[in-house]
Design a protein around this ligand. Structure first.
Ligand SMILES: Cc1ncc(COP(=O)(O)O)c(C=O)c1O
Length: 349
């Protein structure tokens, strides 16, 4: 039985074209600024997000951390969503490595409220840390890949600007966000100071992210990367995959979104399962299994037994994520296998 891995878009393997590009990469020592493949990648990456310069880093986590270190000094305050990846999933690096003070604001299904953000930015006072940075995230991971609309994004940037804060965008999946919003990535970067973009999600690379911003910002980010031990040598092996992905894997992301909707629609129609269709905006589907009479562990185990691998969001949800690993036939097969489980579920027999 074929294993259908729907756990995450991070599980993608390099396509044959990408493997070939990596194999053929011309290499040099990047710490000496002598890897032509890295240089080519960084200039393409900067151009595609409309920034002056870009820097290759090892992961999204490292990209965000490097950006935070380049923006703030220890003790400065960062306004960010309590459900953001930076706050929730990055091991507290914001505080314990960058030395920054988080001021969390809760988003509503991934959407920050400009008034609540404004209220969280403290006025100058001897007793307070200095508010330095607003962090945004798009698409928003913990809300299920929700897309922050451009209007709201720009309103949030304006709130930060008015109060003298810089803006960092965790754009791990910004190409998904822009396509889903029918906007250009550069529309989303116009009013931010820096962005972090993951190559390892829907873009299908085995490794790497990039940070982009002004040339001066990237010089500081480069020093932060080095401080973290992220200076690399023949990094063209990573960059070659990145260049290939930016040239070949961006436009196809809308296929992942279409397949996520197909999957969500079918699962939402099954007894015992429900999907909030309004939340299916990019490549993630959160499936509420309450009506099956099974725990998340039991449902996930039954799926695994049927060769369908998902991630869990207990107590009521599992998550499936579409990517370039899946074609239409894979989605149909997942739907069939889930339908079989549903038929035998305690609440449905
Ligand atoms: C929104 C967001 N930011 C950052 C990251 C971190 O990326 P990495 O796993 O490459 O460190 C992720 C990973 O899923 C993410 O979803």
């Amino acid at each position: 039985m074929k294993r259908l891995n729907m756990r995450s878009d991070t599980q993608t393997l390099p396509t044959p074209g990408m493997r070939q590009a990596i194999f053929e990469a011309v290499l040099g020592d990047d710490t000496y600024g002598e890897d032509p493949t890295v240089k080519e990648f960084e200039s393409l990456a900067a151009e595609m997000v409309g920034m002056e310069a870009a820097l290759l880093v090892l992961s999204g986590n490292m990209g965000n951390l490097v950006a935070l270190m380049a923006h703030g000094a220890p003790g400065d305050e960062v306004i960010l969503d309590q459900d953001s990846h930076i706050f929730y999933y990055e091991v507290g690096g914001l505080a314990n490595i960058a030395g920054l003070m988080p001021m969390p604001v809760r988003s509503h299904a991934g959407m920050l409220d400009p008034q609540e953000v404004a209220a969280a930015i403290r006025s100058p006072n001897l007793h307070y840390p200095t508010p330095r940075l607003l962090c945004l995230e798009n698409t928003h991971n913990r809300s299920g890949g929700r897309v922050v609309p451009l209007d709201l994004h720009n309103e949030l940037c304006a709130v930060a600007r008015e109060r003298g804060l810089s803006v960092h965008l965790d754009g791990a999946r910004i190409f998904n966000a822009a396509q889903a919003a029918g906007a250009a990535v550069t529309d989303y970067t116009e009013n931010v100071d820096s962005i972090q973009v993951c190559l390892t999600k829907g873009l299908g690379c085995p490794l790497g992210s990039f940070v982009a911003g002004s040339r001066e910002f990237i010089e500081r980010a480069d020093r932060a990367r080095k401080r973290l031990g992220g200076g690399m040598r023949q990094a063209g092996l990573i960059a070659a995959g990145g260049t290939y992905a930016l040239r070949n894997h961006v436009d196809r992301l809308s296929e992942d979104h279409r397949r996520a909707r197909t999957l969500a629609t079918a699962l939402n129609g099954m007894p015992g399962l429900s999907v909030d269709m309004a939340t299916v905006e990019s490549n993630m589907v959160y499936i509420d299994h309450t009506g099956l009479g099974m725990s998340t562990g039991e449902f996930t185990a039954a799926l695994k037994e049927a060769g369908v691998i998902v991630s869990t969001r207990p107590p009521h949800h599992v998550r499936m994520c579409t990517s370039l690993e899946h074609d239409d036939a894979t989605i149909e097969e997942v739907i069939d296998r889930v339908a079989n489980i549903v038929q035998g579920a305690p609440a449905c027999v």
